[in-house]
Design a protein around this ligand. Structure first.
Ligand code: ZN
Length: 290
């Protein structure tokens, strides 16, 4: 069976919730599970290199059958083999590879050549999209709140502030209407000129971040994902209209369409001192619409 020669075409960055595609390839994925590859899909897969946003919940239907999708993952084709999820050793976009969205189904998969429809759980997608947009905004607001705590020049964020988030983040996870970012302030960040005592009063920093988030969401600017192409590994950027200007951050996830969709954002920050480092966890919550 010939491996795909181009990336799966993806429509989730533009907000699509359904798609129709042709089955190009079906690969065994262990335990009577099969990875189904389509020419195009609306399903957002969890990324391997930076798995911040979970995969969509998806239903797959053919002309006669429905298929139970257990997970949606990124896969890479290289030298005649396909590597799935955690087994994939490279990030999307690596030259010499083709990247696909694997719809992993349990039991009998659809056949190559069949047309299937993909339907995404819209409520779950919306909850993740709002949380992901809030996560980026909170990072920018945190950078702004910490801007006076640097003694040296460092790379700047999308709004021209010292990029604490980008320099210190170790893990970011998106949940329904909530995100969590973990930062590590160790020797290398102190050498770059960051003063860890900035977090001596975490509630004060959290209050400033929340205040900034609410000012931004009240402004109600538009949000969209700019893509250089439709393939899975095309470069994409979250762009958001803020009173300070348009912010752009590289991102492979899905997002709200407007800052007005982020209802009553609020941030909490906790600090833990471990040998050699200060660990900071920022949780950003957004109220779900009724
Ligand atoms: Zn992102």
């Amino acid at each position: 069976m010939a491996a795909p020669t181009t990336d799966t075409e993806v429509s989730y960055p533009a907000g699509a919730l359904t798609s129709e595609g042709t089955v190009l390839q079906v690969e065994p994925a262990g335990d009577d599970r099969w990875a189904v590859f389509l020419d195009r899909t609306a399903a957002h897969p969890v990324d391997t290199a930076w798995p911040d946003q979970p995969a969509d919940r998806v239903a797959l239907r053919g002309p006669d059958d429905a298929y139970d999708v257990a997970e949606v993952r990124v896969a890479g084709f290289h030298d005649g083999s396909v590597l799935l999820g955690d087994a994939l050793p490279v990030r999307t976009g690596t030259p010499g590879w083709v990247f696909g969205v694997a719809h992993v189904v349990a039991g009998t998969p659809p056949r190559v050549g069949e047309t299937v429809t993909v339907t995404v759980d819209a409520a779950y997608r919306a909850a993740l999209s709002v949380a992901h947009s809030a996560c980026h905004l909170a990072a920018l607001a945190l950078d702004a709140a910490l801007a006076d705590h640097w003694s040296k020049a460092v790379p700047e964020d999308a709004l021209g502030r010292p990029a604490f988030d980008a320099l210190a983040v170790t893990r970011s996870s998106i949940h329904e209407y909530r995100s969590e970012d973990v930062y590590r302030i160790g020797k290398s960040l102190r050498k770059k000129g960051f003063d860890p005592s900035a977090f001596d009063d975490p509630d004060a920093i959290a209050a400033r971040v929340t205040e900034q988030l609410r000012a931004w969401t009240a402004a109600g600017g538009s949000i969209h994902v700019d893509a250089e192409g439709t393939g899975l590994s095309a470069r994409r950027q979250w762009t958001c209209a803020l009173p300070e200007g348009t912010a752009a951050i590289p991102c492979g996830g899905t997002h709200a369409e407007s800052l007005a969709d982020l209802v009553d954002p609020a941030v909490t920050i906790s600090v833990e001192d471990v040998p050699g480092a200060r660990l900071v966890t920022m949780t950003t919550r957004v109220t779900a619409p009724r």
